[in-house]
Write a protein that binds this ligand. Structure first.
Ligand code: APR
Length: 258
């Protein structure tokens, strides 16, 4: 993949780089993107129904079983070169912010420290009533019996069902995370948008906000998105190819790239 000299120069000059990721950054780790996650046993279910308070209230075992299946897939997966390249980018620049919509932990496993998590985490379930954090048993969960329904555990404090620690459709983003994401987007001078369809608001507005402020916006996506009109550079390709390729072209970051 070729990179314009102006982009390489902008990266070298950038004082504060922000990276915003979506499910596409984990695609090459074998984690289905959100909208094609419903394969096999789950193909007859609508993700927006499963990922909602109403869906959980109607059938907690079905929703918990789906999220445990997703968590199992993540625990079996490994970070891909895109995750490592993003961690290397952070190590090689003055100020860096990683914001992710993903609920997997592949960024952290690749060495990125405390990403801003706009949609929560598969690995941090909590009580559906008193919100007490729930400690998951170590190891990889077994494939739920019948591959589908699994009764959620009960909260040790109040006995209510435990729910996934993710933001569902119709729920607000965590206020602290959202404010931190807005602050970083106001301050950065270069922003990557990697592997997101930019369909789900308010997260999807961040790259447009950055572009409107005058930051350089670089989109990495094999497909077209609504951000095409905002991005100064559209790197049409897989994140696992584009990001390592870019990092290797940037001498200051080379020593940090594994
Ligand atoms: N490299 C880069 N981008 C990729 C790759 C890849 N290897 N493979 C797929 N993509 C792109 C697709 O072209 C698509 O634009 O990743 C994007 C994934 O889009 P979605 O599945 O919509 O995922 P995302 O944008 O993260 O969804 C945002 O919506 O569904 C909710 O809460 C959920 O966090 C999710 C949010």
């Amino acid at each position: 993949m070729e990179f314009p000299d102006e982009l390489l120069a902008a990266l070298r000059d950038a004082r504060h780089i922000e990276v915003f990721t979506g499910a596409g950054v984990s695609a090459e780790s074998g984690i289905p993107t959100f909208r094609d996650a419903l394969t096999g046993l789950w193909e007859n279910y609508d993700a927006a129904t499963l990922a909602s308070p109403e869906g959980f209230a109607a059938d907690p075992a079905l929703v918990w079983g789906w999220y445990e299946w997703r968590r199992m897939r993540v625990l079996q997966a490994q970070p891909n070169p895109a995750h490592y390249a993003i961690a290397a980018l952070a190590a090689g620049c003055a100020r860096f912010t990683l914001i992710t919509q993903n609920v997997d932990d592949l960024h952290e496993r690749a060495g990125s420290a405390d990403p801003i998590r706009l949609h929560g985490s598969l690995h941090r379930p909590r009580c559906s009533a008193c919100e007490a954090p729930y400690r998951l048993p170590p190891g990889i969960p077994d494939e739920p019996e019948g591959g589908r329904r699994l009764d959620p555990p009960r909260c040790g404090h109040c006995g209510a069902p435990v729910r996934p620690g993710v933001v569902w459709f119709g729920e607000n983003l965590p206020q602290t995370a959202w404010e931190a994401a807005l602050q970083a987007t106001e301050a950065c001078d270069l922003m990557f948008s990697i592997g997101t369809s930019a369909l789900v608001w308010p997260a999807a507005q961040l790259p447009a906000l950055a572009a409107q402020r005058g930051a350089v916006v670089v989109q990495v996506n094999p497909g077209e998105t609504s951000l095409d009109g905002y991005a100064h550079y559209n790197l049409r390709g897989a994140a696992g190819v584009a990001m390592p390729g870019l990092i290797r072209r940037l001498t200051p970051y080379r020593e940090n790239f594994p």
